[in-house]
Design a protein around this ligand. Structure first.
Ligand code: PMP
Length: 444
């Protein structure tokens, strides 16, 4: 057994923890451990303040250790530490579902609780399949995702997802899945601000898939309104509307994966508000509890939900759920997070900061190796040229330099993704981009 230890602390053995989505051997040779967090900053194991440029993993939208959320979690665990979600309930779950339904526009008024984004995605895909069957349309079994889509790591999510490395080592995946083309083009969209002008027509590819398989075999299309994890790809203007029109025309359900865009990231409560397009199902997680407890939620429209509420009343309508669905502690964290967002006007704050954020991000244009810059709401993607034969290495080195200089960023391939907590100040935005610019300049 490996006995690698952290410098200066021979009690901590790093061998046993097999880290997710991490180059384990590289990490354990030079670990980056975080020991506490408050507001905009982490404290590292070597006692340094590190600005959180990514809201954890796009989840700590209101900043870290917010007292209201901390107190709610402490109180909840002492009052009702657990309650089964099957055939029993607790009041908080119903209160939270009602509040979420009120926040979401249109008739996406029914909320199914999960514990993560991946579970929300698999839940939404299963609801879509079961919806058609409940209506006697059982030939509708095909699912359509998109290239460069990220929908978590469940078998459903990786099947509809479009990231080769997440798919290629895991077998044949779900049958009957097609992919729309991704919406990114360096040629037509380079350095565009917000939603690119070019690309709405890419939604028409859905007509090709419909022509190939016939609409009567297709259950649902799932897309992220703004692809986040694959490098910040805001949707082309009009693209999502077109996708809605085509799905509607053919009786295909449209699922928005709002695990990143939900809870204010684009300056509106959901991307549904931001783009004015109403899907049939919406998946969320992350910001729901401000990252403090694992929790996700799937929103279903009245039409979808009501298709299940048929038949004898004593029968279970959907054979699906999790031991920790609507967990009381997570529920309390979510209610306190929604209170915090609302009382501090944090979604509005994102909308106000967005123009400054956009200017600051695009000011990096012209730095060495910067190939493209994209932004929307409080999100930015800065794409670097890859070194030949070493995809991802340059951005990784920038990430390490930033961390050493006191800034956490996230990289995917050679794309840097930034998504800070909404409490970031204008001064901190300037500091974030200064640190990043210095790291980019120092990286060959
Ligand atoms: N969908 C999207 C759009 C995501 O960004 C993510 C996580 N980054 C997921 C699903 C999966 O969420 P989780 O890691 O909580 O399973």
């Amino acid at each position: 057994m490996s006995q690698r230890t952290l410098d200066g602390d021979n009690r901590l053995n790093l061998a046993a923890h097999w880290m997710p989505f991490t180059a384990n051997r590289q990490f354990k040779a030079a670990p980056r451990l975080l020991v506490s967090a408050k507001d905009m900053h982490y404290t590292s194991h070597d006692g340094r303040q590190v600005m959180d440029g990514t809201a954890g993993l796009w989840c700590v939208n209101a900043g870290h250790a917010r007292p209201r959320i901390v107190e709610a979690v402490q109180k909840a665990v002492a009052t009702l530490d657990y309650a089964p979600a099957f055939q029993f309930g607790h009041p908080g779950a119903f209160e939270l579902a009602s509040r979420l339904a009120d926040m979401m526009p249109g008739d996406l008024d029914h909320v199914f609780f999960t514990n993560s984004g991946s579970e929300s995605v698999d839940t939404a895909l299963k609801i879509a399949l079961a919806y058609h069957r409940a209506r006697g349309d059982s030939a509708r079994t095909r699912l359509i995702g998109r290239e460069r889509g990220y929908h978590g790591v469940g078998f459903g999510g990786i099947s509809v997802g479009g990231i080769v490395s997440n798919r290629k080592t895991f077998g044949p995946l779900l049958p009957g899945v097609d992919h729309l083309p991704h919406t990114y083009s360096l040629e037509h969209q380079a350095f565009s601000r917000g939603e690119p002008e070019w690309g709405a027509h890419l939604a028409d590819d859905l007509e090709r898939i419909v022509a190939l398989h016939d609409a009567s075999t297709i259950a649902a299309v799932i897309v992220e309104p703004m692809a986040g994890s694959t490098g910040v790809l805001p949707p082309p203007k009009g693209y999502l509307k077109r996708l809605r029109e085509i799905t509607e025309k053919h009786g295909i359900l449209l699922i928005f994966d709002e695990v990143i865009t939900g809870f204010g990231r684009l300056g509106t409560p959901f991307a549904v508000d931001c783009f004015g397009v109403q899907p049939d199902l919406v998946t969320t997680a992350k910001g729901l509890t401000n990252g403090t407890q694992p929790m996700g939620a799937v929103f279903a429209s009245g039409r979808v939900h009501d298709a299940f509420m048929q038949g004898p009343e004593h029968l279970i309508e959907l054979f699906h759920g999790y031991t920790y669905s609507a967990h009381p502690v997570a529920t309390a964290a979510a209610l306190a997070s929604l209170d915090t967002y609302q009382e501090e006007g944090l979604f509005q704050r994102v909308a106000e900061l967005a123009p400054i954020w956009e200017e600051s991000a695009h000011a990096l244009k012209g730095l060495p190796h910067v190939k493209d810059i994209r932004n929307l709401g409080l999100v930015a993607g800065i794409e670097l040229e890859s070194r030949p034969g070493e995809v991802g290495k340059r951005a990784y080195e920038v990430m390490v330099r930033c961390y050493e200089a006191g800034l956490m960023i996230r990289v995917t391939g050679d794309i840097i993704a930034l998504s800070p907590p909404f409490i970031i100040t204008q001064g901190q935005i300037a500091e974030l981009f200064d640190t990043l610019a210095t790291a980019i300049k120092a990286t060959p």
